[in-house]
Design a protein around this ligand. Sequence first.
Ligand SMILES: C[S@@+](CC[C@H](N)C(=O)[O-])C[C@H]1O[C@@H](n2cnc3c(N)ncnc32)[C@H](O)[C@@H]1O
Length: 324
Amino acid sequence: MDLQRLFRRFLGRNKEQHFEDDEQYQDLIIGDEILTGVRECSQRFEAMKPLLDRYQRTFTTLDIGANMGYFSFRIAKEYPAVAVMIESRSNDGLLARACDLNRANVVWLRCRITAEELEKLAKVEHFDVLLVMNFLHHLGDKWRLAWEAALRMADHVLVETPTDVGACGQQYLSEINTEVERNASHILGTFARHTGKGHSMLYHIVSESQKKLIRPYWVLPKDKAFRDSRVMGQHDLRINSNFSEKALIHGDRGQQPPWVPGINSMTYRALGGAYPRAETIRTWASKLPSGPDMNLWNLILSGDGLSVIDQHGNHESLLWDYLP
Ligand SMILES: C[S@@+](CC[C@H](N)C(=O)[O-])C[C@H]1O[C@@H](n2cnc3c(N)ncnc32)[C@H](O)[C@@H]1O
């Protein structure tokens, strides 16, 4: 496939014109081909690999500000992993097309996420590895809220923040880097920047700060379940995780079956899920067995299917009301 042609077809103009107003930051991977972006990516990925190599089970990553999805596509292609991306821009449809063509186990949440939403996310999801790369400074003075939420939502947090004068969010760079460095367990590498002569560090934080879900899933105010006090109240849902196993320990029911990689389908719906596409999810849902508690909040979504969890309840099935 000629990537340059695909790129032009999607943008309706040539690559150089595109760069004038909207740079292609990361390398774009489609199949075995790569369209090079302005920021070097492969060395940064090499620096993450020793951590990813340690997993002896299927794991879940979240890449916040995923851009062209370089890291998520490589993780999903090279590891037994579900790679979830949050990225607000679609790059004129190119990221959606890359999701289709790469056939990798990725989930894309297309939203301009706020620090407050990241706080909510940390209450309902727990990731194995979180990528917060060149993202925090985009949140302005809310970066600290997002940073604290990031530490609660994953076992391993990888953070990179620019240092150079050409980057945006200048007034926050030094305080972000100081705070991240203070928490860092390791430095995985030092990398050249495309916006100036400076270098940035890729920090690895081993985070044990929460290890539990505060709520079982994300409800929106319009949901019937929003008014349900069981859902909104505190839950005792502890997480036991390491490189070889992960399980949820329920306050009443004890240890649950092994953790299902992916995200709760309610999270997908709340945060603008764009891939897998809604019609694909509906097709998967139509093939599930029927049951009394067959609800969207009991379905874990990955890039290649839906898995049913937690069939203990005896609630009315509202699946078709809630599907995207
Ligand atoms: C500088 S790029 C970094 C890309 C990638 N993380 C890396 O380090 O190679 C920042 C990316 O974050 C995205 N972004 C910024 N703020 C965002 C937000 N609040 N929600 C979702 N995406 C965001 C931008 O669209 C852009 O693609």
